[in-house]
Design a protein around this ligand. Structure first.
Ligand SMILES: C[S@@+](CC[C@H](N)C(=O)[O-])C[C@H]1O[C@@H](n2cnc3c(N)ncnc32)[C@H](O)[C@@H]1O
Length: 317
C-alpha cells in the first residue's frame, strides 16, 4: 500500500453512529485513471438501530435485493442494496431460511417491475416528478438513473430517513422527506403541476383501508395527472405475514389492508383507472430465478389463493 499511495487520512466522527472514513489519495496519473482521484472507504457501525414495527420491515426487501445481487442471474442487479447490507449493523439471520430466501428474491422481482414502470413513465414524461412512498433504503433512483429534468422525492418516517441519509445524499433533483405518508402537509413540498409517478412498494399494506382511501384521494386531488403503482396482499397473506413478522421481529398485527378483490380498490377512488395487474409469482421477471424456484411458483400459481397473494397494480389518473 505504501508504494501506491501518497497520503492516508483517517477521519473519525464522534456522532452516535461512530463513522470512520479512511481516505486514500493516489498520486500518479495512471493510478488515478484506474482508481479515481480518491478512494473513499467508509467503515460504518450504525449501532443501536432502533427501528421497530413497520419501519423495521425495510430490511426485508433490502436483504432480498442484496441476496438477488449476489445470485447468479440477478434480476435487479442492485449493488447499492448489497453495499448497505454489508455496512449496516442489523441481524439479517431471520431472513436466511430456505423459504425466506425464495420469498426474498421475489421482492427483487417486485422492485424490477416498479423500475420498469418508472422508466416507462419518465421516458414519456421528461418533466415528471417521481414520488416513492415508504422508500425505506431502496435504491431505485440509482437503478433507474433518471435524467436531470426529473425531480425525485423519497418519503418515509423521520427515523428511517435519518438512517437513509447515511447512505444517500440529496441533490437539486433528489429530495428525501421525513414524514408519515398519512400526514397531510408533506405533499406541499412537491410541485403539483407536473406529471407524477407515485410508487408505494410494500407500504400500503401497513395502512388501514380508510387511511389508503384518504391518501389516494389526497394524491389524485393534489397532482393534476399521473400514475400510481402499488402492491396489495390478499387476506391469506396478510394473516401469514403477521404471524411471520411476530415470530421474527415481535411486531404485532402491523399488516392491515387486505385486498381479495381488486374492484375494492376501484371503489376507493373513482379517478383511478386500472392499467395493469401483475401477480408477483407470475411476473415475467421470475424467468431469471433458478428452475426450482420457478417450478414452485408455477405450482403455487395453480391456486388462486397463492396466485393472488401479492399483486402489483398500476393506475392512471
Ligand atoms: C417493507 S418496507 C418497504 C421499503 C421500500 N419501499 C422497499 O421496497 O425497499 C415498508 C416501508 O414503509 C414505511 N412505512 C410504513 N408505513 C408508513 C407510513 N405511514 N409513512 C411513511 N412510511 C411508512 C416503513 O417505514 C418502511 O420503510
Amino acid at each position: 500500500m505504501h508504494s501506491l499511495c501518497s497520503r492516508v487520512t483517517l477521519n473519525t466522527h464522534t456522532n452516535s453512529e461512530m463513522r470512520v472514513d479512511l481516505v486514500i489519495t493516489w498520486d500518479t496519473r495512471t493510478q488515478r485513471e484506474i482508481l479515481g482521484d480518491t478512494l473513499k472507504l467508509k467503515i460504518m457501525t450504525t449501532a443501536n438501530i432502533q427501528l421497530t414495527d413497520e419501519k423495521e420491515t425495510l430490511f426485508i426487501p433490502l436483504s432480498g435485493k442484496a441476496l438477488d445481487y449476489r445470485s447468479k442471474n440477478s434480476v435487479l442487479n442492485d449493488r447499492t442494496a448489497n453495499d448497505i447490507v454489508e455496512k449496516v449493523d442489523y441481524d439479517f439471520a431471520t431472513q436466511e431460511g430456505f423459504g425466506a430466501r425464495i420469498g426474498a428474491r421475489t421482492l427483487a422481482v417486485r422492485a424490477k417491475q416498479y423500475d420498469e414502470w418508472t422508466k416507462d413513465f419518465i421516458t414519456k414524461n421528461k418533466n415528471a416528478v417521481v414520488v416513492h412512498l415508504g422508500c425505506g433504503l431502496d435504491a431505485r433512483i440509482t437503478r433507474v438513473q433518471p435524467p436531470s429534468t426529473v425531480a425525485w422525492f423519497d418519503i418515509d418516517y423521520p427515523e428511517v430517513i435519518s438512517l437513509r441519509k447515511e447512505f444517500y445524499s440529496e441533490t437539486n433533483e433528489y429530495s428525501m422527506i421525513e414524514s408519515s405518508i398519512t400526514a397531510s402537509d408533506w405533499l406541499e413540498i412537491i410541485p403539483a403541476d407536473r406529471p407524477a409517478f407515485i410508487i408505494a412498494e410494500g407500504v400500503l399494506e401497513y395502512l388501514s383501508e380508510a387511511e389508503v382511501k384518504t391518501l389516494l384521494n389526497r394524491l389524485t386531488t393534489y397532482f393534476s395527472h399521473g400514475q400510481i403503482a402499488f402492491d396489495v396482499m390478499n387476506s391469506f397473506v396478510i394473516g401469514l405475514g403477521n404471524k411471520n413478522l411476530k415470530d421474527t421481529t415481535g411486531a404485532v398485527d402491523i399488516l392491515k389492508w387486505a385486498v381479495d378483490d381488486l374492484t375494492e380498490i376501484d371503489k376507493l377512488n373513482p379517478k383511478l383507472k386500472r392499467m395493469e395487474v401483475v401477480s408477483r409469482i407470475k411476473s415475467v421477471f421470475i424467468d431469471k430465478l433458478p428452475y426450482g424456484h420457478r417450478l414452485i411458483f408455477g405450482l403455487l400459481s395453480l391456486s388462486s389463493k397463492h396466485k393472488n397473494a401479492m399483486r402489483l397494480v398500476r393506475f392512471e389518473f
